[in-house]
Design a protein around this ligand. Structure first.
Ligand SMILES: C[S@@+](CC[C@H](N)C(=O)[O-])C[C@H]1O[C@@H](n2cnc3c(N)ncnc32)[C@H](O)[C@@H]1O
Length: 352
């Protein structure tokens, strides 16, 4: 709803707020997955550039917005406060003094208190439109923002420890488990099998890369890790954290070439607000096609989710490996007939 409300403001804003033909009629739209605002800007004569950190169908992505200067910038309020601050800095670095920076979002996303995220060097942010529980805030740039432009300025380093001592880990705003090791990820790391030298590991939904890093460390010399994620900023962090890994921007296994001896994943469950198992379903469906013979898929998720049932649709050997707090780890493989027979004789803990 926020993008249609911002579009409404573009179509109805008073003359004094409307860039004229002699002005720089270019607009940069940051992190808005919906088309409404960009369309309204184009209809009002702007050349529009869109930037997204996430890859999705028909949408390119990059770790940082393209350089300006643009006539105006629009920022869709992101979930994390730090990310909002970062995007508004990036916005202010892409216009000249006097140009407008807009922030738009919904009430339940925190737009009512979001004026404080504008950087020093912008005038007071005013709500220029309040409608359908959404707001459009606008402020004019008066001076360049304080931080240097670029993702590097937003790097946070924090110690993470999965049992063999703390290591310095790179995070950027908006990545999963910013500043810490997620407990579900930690549980899966505790269960990771050794991948032999020459073996291949895929980290599906790699984020900043802890699972790939731990799997590589446990594997002695020589396994190769591929880190797949649709978030260009997460992969920029992974580049720092797992420099030997191969990073792939993607949303599914079509983006990578097998075979893999091990696929590890703490998969995305919340694609937007309503819970969604779509990415896990696709992972489970496609994994047997990219696993090497005898290869395994190792997944951690909340135990209340029907992950074992999903795994049972594609794999004939599914084992629960660990249970801790609300989380559970499953290993799944396409077993050979003799392994299935052995399992039926009770030598394995569970077969579905
Ligand atoms: C629960 S986080 C886990 C991150 C990391 N593995 C960790 O344990 O810290 C899930 C990750 O999946 C990524 N993701 C979201 N949609 C995806 C998709 N369709 N395919 C693959 N990864 C996806 C997110 O960007 C996020 O980094």
């Amino acid at each position: 709803m926020a993008s249609p409300v911002a579009a409404e403001w573009v179509r109805s804003r008073p003359r004094r707020e409307t860039p004229r033909a002699k002005d720089n009629l270019t607009a940069l739209v940051l992190a808005d997955p919906a088309p409404h605002l960009a369309r309204a800007l184009e209809e009002s004569g702007h050349t529009v550039t869109r930037w997204h950190r996430f890859l999705s169908p028909g949408q390119e992505c990059a770790p940082w917005p393209p350089p300006g200067p643009f006539g105006e910038v629009w920022v869709r309020l992101p979930r994390s406060t730090l990310e909002a601050t970062m995007l508004l800095h990036a916005a202010a670095a892409r216009v000249e003094d006097g140009a407008r920076i807009h922030l738009f979002g919904a009430g339940d996303e925190g737009i009512r208190s979001a004026a404080k995220h504008f950087p020093a060097g912008t005038g007071e942010a005013q709500a220029v439109l309040i409608k359908r529980r959404c707001r459009v805030l606008a402020a004019a740039r008066e001076a360049p923002p304080p931080r240097a432009d670029g993702l590097d300025s937003w790097e946070t380093r924090a110690p993470v420890d999965w049992g063999d001592g703390p290591r310095d880990w790179t995070f950027y705003p908006g990545v999963f488990a910013h500043g810490r090791l997620d407990p579900a990820t930690a549980l899966l790391i505790d269960c990771l099998p050794r991948v032999p030298a020459g073996g291949r590991i895929l980290d599906f939904g790699a984020g900043t890369g802890p699972l790939a890093a731990a799997a590589l460390e446990g594997g002695g010399d020589g396994p190769e890790a591929v880190l797949l994620d649709p978030d260009a900023i997460s992969l920029a962090a992974a580049a720092r954290n797992v420099p030997t890994g191969k990073r792939v921007l993607g949303r599914d296994l079509a983006a990578v070439s097998g075979p893999f001896d091990l696929i590890v994943s703490n998969p995305p469950i919340h694609a937007g607000k309503p819970q969604s198992l779509r990415a896990v379903e696709a992972l489970v469906r496609e994994a047997p096609h990219v696993l090497a013979p005898g290869g395994e898929l190792a997944v951690v998720a909340q135990r209340r989710l029907p992950v074992d049932r999903l795994l049972g649709r594609s794999f004939n050997r599914v084992r629960t490996i660990a249970d801790r707090g609300p989380f559970r780890v499953w290993f799944a493989k396409v077993a050979r007939a003799d392994e299935v027979r052995q399992a039926e004789l009770g030598q394995f803990s569970q077969v579905t």
